[in-house]
Design a protein around this ligand. Structure first.
Ligand code: AKG
Ligand code: FE2
Length: 455
């Protein structure tokens, strides 16, 4: 059965001050901000001030200082026109470099940023059909047992996966059924550590943690990582109501949100070859000498072994990460990903679905961040000491920006039961998926063995 997405009203009107949508949003804004202090921003860091600006619901933020490289690519014109948002192709100083690989391949160009050495943007690197495969993988194949999601702490999710059950509901195979809260059943909290978010499912909490390194690895590995207790106040909830509450799914090594450390005692989790192949392809195509050739003056930043980017083509091996599922109202506050022992090796971040404003700053929140518009199929690589531990975040998902190539049934369905794209499309109209892939350990380092040897 083919499912077609329900059409949604266009949000382009929000940019037109004479439209009814704009006036309605203005009334809502006046109501909600009537009691707000005028001087609330006195202490904001430059990063916080930028977050506030792009987050604003009304008036919709001006994106003319946001780098949007899709505007420089005639093949992306229809994508870039979506939602009425207007970024700028040369808002930020960056330099074009050519990727290795054959001339015909799309995504041949990448961009590097003199202000943030080690940051590489690969616009439209993931071909359209591969974007669809990754979306299916993220929702149907990955966000389910044995991989953890934010919902597992609190709910006993269907064994066949929340999204697979939802697909069956939407294609008329079964009724929408209730999912029971974990606390309502006579079961222990998850047998293994999960998150410390005891309250109802919501956005990711940001907790300060010590940067991981080979020196403190043993201490980190031995820190107790107790399971998070499930919320006691939840009621049974229909499958369809939980789908928009899916916020993250773990990839590879299990992450303990309470301590913001990996829990190596659980062994390495699964990492799909689909994801590994895309990430290795991206890292393998980058002419790293052009990224770091001029910036290795301060070798100490790279740690005792010095710069290792010359070897990444052989040593890059993703082993952990997270799939982030954003609804259009969600944000991800400024943070640094510093739980990985490898503090310089590439972090590969794949954007799918609606576009977003991504901010990347420096080693503190006091540096003004660079705003970059990320669209479906774009890859961001954060690598090297200046970038890998730079503050970054996502203050805005841009409404109405699902690209045309993620609309309509698959050109060639890969199997008869994959004529269900309409359900994915409908979800993606209000969502962005980010596949954020990391390397925790240097190649050849065995955390279980090495951990046991010295403990
Ligand atoms: O969604 C993104 O583009 C970034 C996500 C991120 O920074 C993270 O998962 O740590
Ligand atoms: Fe991050």
């Amino acid at each position: 059965m083919t499912v077609t997405a329900q059409t949604t009203t266009t949000l382009g009107d929000m940019h037109d001050p004479t439209s009814a949508a704009y006036k309605k949003a203005r009334r809502k804004h006046w109501k909600s901000t009537r009691n707000r202090s005028e001087h609330a921003d006195a202490d904001w860091t430059p990063f916080r001030a930028a977050e506030k600006r792009y987050k604003a619901r009304f008036p919709p933020p001006d994106l003319s200082d946001v780098l949007d490289l899709a505007l420089a690519d005639p093949f992306r014109a229809s994508e870039a026109a979506r939602g009425g948002w207007k970024g700028c192709a040369n808002a930020v100083e960056c330099r074009e470099i050519l990727l290795h690989g054959s001339e015909e391949e799309c995504g041949r160009k990448a961009y590097i940023f003199p202000g943030t050495p080690g940051l590489v943007l690969l616009p439209s690197f993931v071909p359209h059909h591969e974007q669809r495969r990754l979306v299916r993988w993220a929702l149907r194949d990955h966000a389910r047992d044995p991989n953890e999601t934010n919902l597992d702490t609190h709910y006993l999710l269907p064994q066949d996966g929340l999204w697979s059950r939802y697909l069956r509901i939407r294609t008329g195979v079964c009724e929408d059924t209730d999912v029971l809260p974990r606390a309502s059943q006579d079961v222990d909290p998850l047998p293994t550590p999960m998150t410390s978010e005891a309250e109802a499912p919501g956005p990711r909490k940001l907790i300060a943690n010590d940067p991981a390194s080979a020196d403190n690895y043993q201490t980190l590995a031995n820190t107790p990582k107790p399971p998070a207790p499930p919320s006691q106040s939840l009621h049974p909830a229909p499958v369809s109501s939980l789908v928009p509450k899916l916020r993250w799914a773990n990839i590879g090594w299990y992450y303990h949100w309470g301590t913001k450390q990996y829990d190596f005692s659980r062994g390495p989790g699964e990492i799909s070859s689909l994801v590994t192949v895309v990430c290795k392809r991206a890292v393998g195509r980058i002419p790293w000498e052009q990224v770091f050739g001029d910036t290795t003056g301060n070798e100490a930043d790279w740690g005792p072994a010095g710069p290792d980017w010359t070897e990444w083509k052989e040593t890059y091996e993703p082993d952990a990460g997270i799939v982030n599922f954003y609804q259009t109202k969600d944000t991800l506050m400024a943070h640094v990903d510093r739980s990985e022992i490898c503090a310089t090796s590439p972090l590969v971040s794949i954007s799918l679905g609606c576009a977003a404003v991504f901010l990347i700053g420096g080693l503190t929140r006091d540096e003004s961040p660079t705003p970059i518009l990320l669209r479906s199929g774009d890859i961001v690589i954060m690598s090297g000491p200046a970038c890998r531990r730079a503050y970054h975040g996502v203050p805005r998902i841009l409404e109405g920006t699902l690209p045309p190539h993620l609309e309509g049934p698959d050109a060639i369905p890969s199997s008869p039961d994959e004529d269900d794209w309409g359900v994915y499309e409908e979800y993606l109209r209000g969502a962005r998926i980010n596949v954020n892939v990391r390397q925790v350990f240097p190649k050849g380092f065995d955390p279980i063995l090495d951990g046991n040897e010295t403990s």
